[in-house]
Write a protein that binds this ligand. Structure first.
Ligand SMILES: *Cc1c(COP(=O)(O)O)cnc(C)c1O
Length: 454
């Protein structure tokens, strides 16, 4: 059987033309593709994506923050090939299988949260956490708790429930009339004078305290209506890699407990080593009483191979659903919930973390990358240079119109996949990126930046 890409004339132009005629691409105004390039990818290996004619792009955003150990990773490939011949998929209602069980066991050991509910993608995990929180309160007789609180600038996905706790205008505004009226509290931003610039970073412990007071005031007056506070720990991704102080989350955990409001840690982006620890929450606290009530995981969970997500929760929440009555159970489901193939990719991903000592290795890598990135942090148009774990971000001053799209296109011209957010450029590469590849990333970014700014 011919490979799909061999079926017709094997050129970039041909694949682009067919794609624009048939595929409605995500997060895209399709008309912009009259001017901006669509990139036809034929293969990938390590940090590199290759188009149909062999031009290579360094994947500096891990293909939307999912890839951890490179494309076509030999160990994940081998695990998937083995799983494919045993059991690709079976339903998880009334049935179970080794990959799902092992994954739930290992995740609960890592997080201290003993019950894992599987789903397919990040947004569905967020929907589940919101529904579970609401249903928990209903099951314990607190019928008035129907609202959720999130931070200004929050991003929790784009289905209607997830969007109702999201505060990023480009995703939200068109659908505002469809969304529940949830509550927002201020982001713990710090403003600090650094070399004459007023910088948003780093957020200081005092700024964290001021924002936590505002959360506390809201919970104090409205806790009878509020089911949960949902938050991206340590860094807001889609809002532009906005980093903040862990002291905020320690206070948030305490006030949520004090006012009987669940805390949902959305670690969909931050989980699996991205912020320098396996889960960002470890930088908040490792104490059992400080755990979140729910943790949402997805993105890196399968190493960037297959859609999979899950919500982990406590025995306390689990017990509130455990009853003779069906209606008190959590009857939510997705067709591909806990896919055996996806769970097996996740197990292979966890194995790599252990076998290769990835968390320590990343720390050493980030330390070495400091001097490589130095040239960027000192660039005269760069401000708010920030770094956490395997995330680097910085803002560009006095940007021209449509900076993000122009920078994206210019970078592609220099063999880089980056996707700026507004005037923020960020790097979130696969962890296997080498020193040499990181240097290429920095230098080509500067070349593209000069081109766009000139
Ligand atoms: C990406 C993301 C989501 C949504 O995940 P999808 O798989 O894209 O639906 C939710 N929360 C956070 C923090 C994310 O970064």
């Amino acid at each position: 059987m011919p490979h799909p890409t061999d079926a017709l004339l094997n050129t970039n132009a041909n694949l682009i033309k067919r794609s624009l005629a048939s595929v409605w691409h995500p997060c895209t105004q399709m008309k912009h593709h009259e001017v901006f390039p669509l990139v036809p990818i034929a293969s990938a290996g390590g940090v590199w994506l290759s188009d149909v004619e062999g031009k290579r792009y360094l994947d500096a955003v891990s293909s939307w923050w999912v890839n951890l150990f490179g494309h076509a990773n030999p160990r994940i490939n081998a695990a998937l090939k083995d799983q494919l011949d045993r059991l690709p998929h079976t339903m998880l209602a009334g049935f179970t299988h080794e990959p799902a069980v092992q994954l739930a066991e290992r995740l609960s050991k890592l997080t201290g949260l003993g019950h894992t509910f599987f789903a397919s993608d990040g947004a569905s995990a967020v929907e589940i956490a919101l529904k579970m929180s609401f249903h928990y309160w209903r099951n314990v007789g607190e019928l008035g708790k129907t609202k959720f609180v999130s931070l200004e600038g929050s991003y929790h996905g784009e289905t209607l429930g997830a969007l109702s706790v999201t505060d990023v205008a480009v995703f939200r505004d068109a659908y505002a009339p469809l969304l529940n009226n949830n509550l927002r509290v201020p982001f713990p931003a710090g403003t600090k004078e650094i070399g004459g610039d007023v910088a948003e970073y780093p957020c200081c412990a005092e700024c964290a305290d001021i924002a936590a007071d505002q959360l506390e005031a809201l919970l104090k007056s409205h806790s009878s209506e509020i089911a949960a506070f949902i938050v991206e720990p340590l860094v807001q991704g889609a809002a532009g890699m906005r980093m903040y102080h862990p002291a905020y989350l320690r206070r948030a955990r305490e006030v949520c407990a004090q006012y009987n409001v669940h805390l949902i840690a959305d670690e969909i982006m931050t989980g699996f080593g991205r912020t320098g620890t396996m889960f960002a929450w470890e930088q908040v606290s490792t104490l059992p009483e400080m755990r979140p009530d729910f943790m949402c995981l997805s993105k890196g969970i399968t190493g960037g191979y297959l859609p999979l997500s899950c919500v982990l929760t406590t025995t306390n929440v689990y017990r509130a659903f455990y009853d003779d009555s069906s209606a008190r159970g959590f009857l939510h489901s997705h067709s591909y919930t806990g896919s055996a193939l996806a769970c097996r990719a996740a197990l292979a991903t966890l194995d790599i973390f252990i076998d290769d000592g990835i968390i320590d290795d990343n720390r050493a890598k980030a330390e070495r990358f400091k001097s490589i990135a130095d040239i960027l942090s000192r660039h005269q148009r760069v401000t708010n240079f920030r770094h956490l774990g395997m995330i680097w971000a910085f803002d560009i001053k006095d940007t021209p119109d449509n900076f993000a799209r122009r920078m994206y296109a210019a970078a592609l011209g220099h063999g880089l996949l980056i996707r700026p957010i507004g005037n923020t450029i960020y790097f979130m590469p696969p962890y296997i990126i080498s020193d040499e590849e990181f240097a290429t990333l920095v230098h080509q970014t500067i070349t593209a930046l000069e081109e766009v700014l000139s």
